[in-house]
Design a protein around this ligand. Structure first.
Ligand code: IPE
Ligand code: IPE
Ligand code: MG
Length: 252
């Protein structure tokens, strides 16, 4: 029996999965390949996870593709990543559209290369009316940026008299951050062995189940995803209540 917001997908399935796709560089190094080979291999896994999520009725899939801190990498790697991003959007948008996937990019768009921004606009516009899986790609995204940006926007609205400062509650704020209009992430997955959030969805992860695996992203396939979902379905999500309350399942 459901104890959080009503679910339209089976309870064991997360409505929103958020993934830090980490380990591409190490995957490549293990094979004596340049780091970029790992990023390229990672794209194939994105395709696979999108397909599985669509099929399994996941409503939202948010993928961390490039953090606001990833600009600190060698310029050559950054350039290659941006190029890969552009080509992937060019190649995949039509298929995503055909599969009824709606694409949205979150992050500070303005700092991305102009060609990528253009590609993002096209892909978002082409898939805007789709009603299937909502695929969110975080590019030049940082959780602190997201929160600060929301605070700045709301402050501007308050100064302009459009909203009262007292209206800015946690609930209100939570609807204004990135993906705030969508179900909150139920399951967070980080591949690559690190157990940290690395400035991903800081606000949105407040009650998300956190799953860490040593599998490197280019090796993370359907069965690894299913294992994460299996683990998720074994968690008791209490949202502050007691285990006894949940067992009785009297709270809705
Ligand atoms: C994640 O893989 C991809 C991006 C951050 C773009 P990494 O490139 O961080 O791979 P590792 O952590 O060095 O193995
Ligand atoms: C997080 O991975 C960002 C993405 C996967 C896009 P990083 O590899 O950049 O994270 P840190 O630096 O190890 O924390
Ligand atoms: Mg990494």
């Amino acid at each position: 029996m459901s104890v959080s917001a009503p679910l339209s997908t089976p309870e064991s399935m997360p409505r929103h999965v958020a993934i830090i796709m980490d380990g591409n560089g190490r995957w490549a190094s293990q094979r004596h390949l340049p780091r970029f080979a790992g990023h390229r291999a990672g794209v194939g896994r994105v395709r696979e996870v999108v397909r599985v999520c669509s099929r399994r009725g996941v409503q939202v899939l948010t993928l961390f593709a490039f953090s606001s801190e990833n600009w600190r990498r060698p310029p050559q790697e950054v350039d290659l990543l941006m190029g890969l991003f552009i080509r992937t959007l060019q190649r995949e948008t039509r298929d995503l559209h055909r599969n009824n996937v709606r694409l949205q990019i979150i992050g500070a768009h303005g700092a991305l290369p102009e060609r990528l921004q253009e590609q993002v606009r096209l892909a978002e516009a082409q898939t805007a009316q789709n009603t299937g899986l909502q695929l969110v790609i975080a590019a030049n995204y940082g959780g602190r940026w997201d929160i600060a940006e929301t605070a700045r926007r709301l402050a501007e609205q308050a100064v302009a008299g459009a909203i009262a400062p007292a209206a800015i509650t946690a609930e209100y704020f939570g609807r204004e951050v990135c993906v705030g209009s969508l179900p909150e992430p139920d399951l967070f997955i980080r591949t690559g062995g690190e157990q940290r959030v690395s400035n991903f969805l800081l606000w949105q992860l407040a009650y998300t189940e956190l799953y860490f695996t040593d599998i490197l992203w280019p090796d993370f396939g359907e069965s690894a995803f299913e294992e994460a979902v299996q683990w998720f379905s074994s968690r008791q999500r209490r949202f502050g209540r007691t285990g006894e309350q949940m067992d009785k399942a009297q709270v809705v």
